[in-house]
Write a protein that binds this ligand. Structure first.
Ligand SMILES: Cc1ncc(COP(=O)(O)O)c(C=O)c1O
Length: 365
């Protein structure tokens, strides 16, 4: 007897295919592949190594950047939140790491530092998302000081981030792009604005560097349901890099009126068979997945019934089911988009992918 426990199967060919599809969407741009949060749960070094043609990688923390360098990654690496302390500047210089500058503290630290070599800086402007970035009226000041600093390589990259690119018709995005254009159009520096959603939905935001994250992993960045997205030709070509799977560890017959799981939160209307799948919130499966959330058992969609537990979920296999202990269960991935599971769990696919926990086995294909 040997049952598969929770396993994330990582399909590196799907990753490369997605990379090429994204390149075709924005053919005249360079690509910074976003790998933060452990490559959106897919494995930081693994994803970087599988993308030798990426022009650069983006991470959120210096530790992630250093892990990539330690793994032998030689492409440019950009800290998407910049450095957190002036002490880090020397580390950036030695390891050839690039940094975003988005506030005055970072500007002052760079200008005052004693560095052996100048740093590549991406200057981040807040064009309306109001998260990170300098105010538009500070742009000339930052641009002038950074352009003149001996600690900064020439030239800068000018960038901003869009808050609503996942909606095709959104005035905020139109305004953000117009402001970015107004501030930077006369400048010769390289520019960068587009995350996955903008690569797909806002071609005028492509500029010189695109910055895909989610779409590289084969997940739609648009707010639509999976069905609507599948109807879209370009987006339907991307395929999931992660398939999360486990196995049935019990098949139980229950009688009409009996309840299943903690709190007796679900009771069956008629006699049925309940399958117990070895995965739960301890693996990163969302506890808030509602009754009805689909699971693929032997390629057939069956609904979750009862509450998600730490190590198990229960599904209604149906009275006639022939499924057996040890059979394969797919929680998301090929033929079951994580976008759809996110919808059932009232969250977003980013969160589900990042939440995969350490006990989940990884199988790379
Ligand atoms: C600055 C920046 N660029 C690009 C991305 C990639 O976004 P997405 O995963 O939606 O493509 C992110 C992710 O949040 C980001 O913070």
């Amino acid at each position: 007897m040997s049952f598969r426990t929770a396993t994330a199967v990582i399909d590196c060919q799907a990753l490369v295919d997605n990379f090429n599809i994204i390149k075709a969407m924005a053919p005249n741009t360079k690509m910074l592949a976003v790998l933060k949060a452990n490559g959106y749960g897919h494995g930081l070094e693994r994803i970087a190594k599988a993308l030798p043609l990426a022009d650069a990688f983006g991470v959120a923390r210096i530790d992630e950047a250093l892990a990539l360098r330690a793994a032998g990654i030689i492409q440019p690496i950009v800290l998407l939140e910049g450095f957190f302390s002036p002490d880090e500047l020397a580390i950036l210089a030695v390891n050839d790491l690039q940094t975003i500058v988005h506030n005055k503290e970072q500007l002052d630290a760079i200008c005052q530092a004693q560095l052996d070599r100048p740093l590549k800086v991406w200057l981040k402007i807040d064009t309306g998302m109001h998260r990170l970035g300098i105010n538009p009226d500070e742009f000339n000041h930052f641009y002038t000081l950074l352009s003149q600093s001996k600690n900064v390589q020439q030239s800068l990259v000018l960038m901003s981030h869009l808050g609503c690119a996942d909606e095709c018709n959104n005035d905020i995005t139109t305004t953000q792009i117009a402001l970015f254009e107004q501030l930077t159009s006369t400048l010769s520096e390289e520019k960068s604005l587009a995350n996955s959603a903008a690569i797909y939905a806002w071609p005028s935001a492509h500029y010189d560097w695109i910055r895909p994250g989610l779409m590289l992993y084969g997940v739609s960045p648009m707010q639509n349901t999976a069905e609507k997205v599948n109807a879209n030709e370009q987006l339907s070509k991307i395929s999931p890099v992660m398939t999360l799977q486990s196995s049935l560890i019990a098949v139980r017959e229950i009688t009409a009126g009996e309840t299943v799981g903690y709190g007796g939160a679900w009771s069956c209307q008629s006699n049925t068979k309940i399958g117990v799948v070895a995965i739960g919130y301890g693996d990163g499966y969302p506890r808030h997945a509602k009754n009805g959330t689909p699971v693929l058992i032997n390629g057939r969609r069956v609904p979750i019934v009862g509450r998600v537990s730490m190590d198990m979920i229960t599904v209604d296999l149906g009275f006639e089911a022939q499924d057996r202990v040890g059979d394969l269960a797919i929680l998301w991935g090929t033929n079951l988009p994580v976008e759809e599971i996110a919808h059932w769990a009232t969250t977003i696919p980013y969160e589900l992918l990042c939440n995969i926990t350490r006990r989940v086995q990884i199988e790379v294909i």
